[in-house]
Design a binder for this molecule. Structure first.
Ligand code: AHG
Ligand code: MN
Ligand code: MN
Ligand code: MN
Length: 334
């Protein structure tokens, strides 16, 4: 066994030495890493765990699972102690959590989805956590909701984890995407997937096909053409996937390319999509674009959207560049 491996901590230190990140950001990513290890441990207990937390309905009307609440608390407790943050926002909290005055006033804001794909917990499939880091306001200005409403292009770091057959930590600091695997016996994340790249073309797409009757014409056209396969206008056969866990879908796309969509539909006209801009679309968009892929609503790049509210939903089309461009074209034609 080689002990000279690139651990996540060492990787962050090297980024610091090269002047690519400041010590505060490195320290924050280390805190997020610790939180993710605790969440991984909690998730892996499955039914053996006895949860003594009260669950309810979150701000978007979803029934919480005990692990949604536990993972949310783990992030809050660990990351507030690190002194690098001014505040946090998550899927499971209606309003921002402002770091209390006993902690040092940090330079960053953390936005996160503590457990993504949590409907898969009961069936023991891969879930994960998603995070996005923004710069906090400078000076003595009181932190407010508006400070979190920044376009995705302003993220300074983003990442996600997979709690699957192996635990993984995928990270971008704005200079490419790197993947780390947890060595469970020693509790260390090691760089196993340096410089991840999404192939520009693919023969695989992912969409919840049970919503077909609500899709808009450009999406309908795209999927119909994929399904026609070799004899259709695309001239090749496509494969379809749907895990109902965005972390697992994006990871698959990082490994072997593909297209993932949760598009705008007519199911509920008050919602412009299913996924949330701040803690799902933006961090995944930053990662996908850093790996050479694209993210779009079909009409505009998600990373340019100026958020209006913390839990705002948005249409998401992401993955291999050529497929996202084709969908953008179909939306334009329509
Ligand atoms: P969350 O578990 O954080 O609420 O997010 C679930 C999301 C995403 O992971 C997935 O792509 C999508 O919801 C699944 O939606 P369907 O239930 O419509 O398949
Ligand atoms: Mn949820
Ligand atoms: Mn989610
Ligand atoms: Mn979630």
């Amino acid at each position: 066994m080689s002990y000279h491996r690139m651990t996540l901590s060492k990787f962050l230190l090297e980024q610091r030495k090269m002047g690519l990140i400041d010590p505060g950001l490195g320290s924050l990513i280390n805190d997020i890493e610790s939180a993710c290890k605790y969440v991984a441990a909690a998730v892996s207990k499955g039914k053996l765990a006895s949860h003594e937390v009260s669950v309810g309905v979150n701000v978007q009307g979803e029934e919480q699972k005990p692990l949604d609440v536990i993972a949310n608390e783990i992030f809050l407790k660990i990351c507030e102690q690190g002194d690098q943050l001014q505040g946090m926002v998550s899927e499971e909290m209606e309003t921002p959590y402002i770091i209390p005055p006993e902690h040092r006033r940090g330079k960053y804001l953390l936005i996160y989805d503590p457990l993504d794909g949590s409907s898969n917990l009961d069936v023991n499939l891969t879930v994960g956590s998603i995070f996005s880091v923004l710069r906090a306001p400078e000076g003595e200005e009181q932190l407010e909701e508006k400070h979190f409403l920044r376009p995705g292009r302003e993220q300074v770091a983003a990442g996600f984890t997979l709690y699957g057959p192996s635990v993984m930590f995928i990270l971008t600091l704005g200079n490419g995407v790197n993947g780390f695997t947890l060595d469970r016996e020693v509790g260390i994340f090691t760089l196993t997937h340096p410089n991840m790249q999404i192939s520009p073309s693919t023969k695989e797409f992912a969409i919840n096909a049970s919503n077909e009757r609500f899709w808009e014409p450009p999406v309908r056209r795209y999927v119909e053409e994929c399904i026609k396969g070799k004899t259709g206008p695309r001239g090749k056969d496509f494969n379809m996937r749907w895990i109902a866990s965005m972390v697992a879908e994006v990871y698959r796309i990082l490994i072997r390319g593909g297209l993932f969509m949760y598009p705008r539909d007519t199911k509920d006209l008050s919602k412009p999509g299913r996924l949330r801009l701040l803690y799902e679309a933006n961090p995944m968009g930053f990662i996908v674009e850093q790996a050479g892929g694209l993210i779009s609503t079909g009409r505009e790049s998600i990373l340019d959207v100026v958020p209006k509210s913390l839990h705002q939903r948005i249409a998401v089309i992401l993955g291999s560049k050529e497929e996202v461009e084709l969908l953008n074209r179909y939306h334009k034609d329509y």
